[in-house]
Design a protein around this ligand. Structure first.
Ligand code: ZN
Length: 363
């Protein structure tokens, strides 16, 4: 593939030499040889069109997002390396199970743990592309201490303690074995994120729009505004009328908002709406198919974000604490669209307070 800068800066960064430590061994289930587990493809590959696959790994160890695999005439482009080196290796095994063509590009849609923490396991032949902001975050303490990292990792010890209690109490041998597997997986996950686990930032960064060409097929990699983070990228494929959108839009959920900009996201979604897109490929869950469904998903999300911002920022102006603002918050008008996830987390409320106070990292 060739890379061409349109109106964004393109920089070939120095790929830092990373020592991959702990990632592989930590995922080994006791009693089984590592090689046997390494051979298993844990990712589920679902064909969406002739050239696009969804890759996800439900019920497997680790923290995963949904990756999208674009199979071209001579090569492959993938979005998101997922939550750990082991997850990335499993993802690449999944790609190999559907095509012999090499993965040449991987696009980090954003810096979050479940999307970009597998970068370090990618071979040097895979060029990792991300936004300037994603690179900055992955190289900063935020990647190992930030609100999103802690949201994923803080509950792990409690979950492990609960599983240990369940294992001890379970009399049924089959159920006990399943619980023990879950416990081993949870302990392995915690081991990965404890200590100096390997991270790798994208070596090719974009601040505006960059096109990657595979033959005559264009992948337009675009930053279209702040949304789920300050540095989300979308991968727009005009010939397919498709866009991989990371976590800025989902079919049936609002998603985590600990690093989000709900004040800016509606305008960003307007920019998405202006593209000729009939297939949205989100960073979690199912794709959104057909122009009417795409427009409905965008409009619903915009209305939700505007109402969430209005209520929470009003509470802040009135001097209400974030906890009380969350108690007051009523977004049940959107229950049909977002179900039980209609009420955001306390982190989402705190985030809005931080934005109003000018404390959010905006670029
Ligand atoms: Zn995210």
């Amino acid at each position: 593939m060739n890379v061409k800068a349109d109106n964004g800066r393109v920089r070939l960064g120095v790929l830092a030499a990373m020592i991959v430590c702990g990632g592989t061994a930590a995922w080994v289930v006791p009693g089984q040889p590592a090689s046997a587990q390494g051979a298993a493809v844990r990712h589920r590959m679902t064909k969406i069109t002739d050239t696009i696959y969804r890759a996800d790994a439900p019920g497997t160890p680790g923290i995963n997002s949904t990756s999208w695999v674009f199979v071209n005439d001579t090569d492959v482009l993938v979005t998101d390396s997922e939550g750990s080196p082991a997850s990335a290796r499993s993802l690449l095994d999944g790609v190999k199970s559907v095509t012999d063509k090499p993965v040449t590009y991987l696009v980090d849609t954003h810096f979050h743990i479940d999307h970009a923490y597998g970068n370090a396991a990618l071979p040097a032949s895979v060029q990792v592309i991300g936004s300037d902001f994603t690179r900055k975050m992955l190289l900063s303490p935020e990647a190992r201490q930030g609100v999103t990292f802690r949201n994923f990792t803080d509950p792990m010890p409690g979950r492990i303690a609960g599983l240990k209690t369940q294992v001890a109490a379970e009399a049924d041998a089959v159920k006990k074995a399943t619980l023990q597997q879950q416990l081993a997986a949870a302990e392995a996950s915690l081991a990965v994120y404890t200590g100096n686990f390997p991270l790798q930032a994208p070596g090719l960064t974009v601040s505006g729009t960059m096109s990657v060409w595979s033959g005559s097929k264009e992948f337009r990699i675009m930053w279209i505004g702040r949304a789920h983070t300050a540095g989300d990228l979308i991968v727009y494929v005009p010939s397919e009328k498709a866009a991989a959108t990371g976590d800025i839009l989902f079919k049936a959920t609002v998603g985590w908002q600990g690093d989000a900009f709900p004040n800016d996201q509606p305008a960003t979604l307007d920019a998405l709406k202006k593209l000729d897109v009939e297939l949205v490929l989100p960073g979690h869950g199912d794709h959104i198919q057909g122009r009417p469904a795409v427009e409905t998903a965008i409009t619903t999300m915009q209305n939700y974000l505007r109402e969430e911002w209005r209520q929470v920022s009003t509470a802040k102006q009135q001097g209400v604490s974030p906890d009380d603002a969350l108690k007051r918050l009523d977004l049940t008008a959107f229950s049909a669209a977002y179900g039980q996830g209609v009420t955001p987390s306390l982190a989402a409320v705190r985030r809005i307070y931080d934005i109003v106070d000018g404390k959010a990292i905006t670029q």
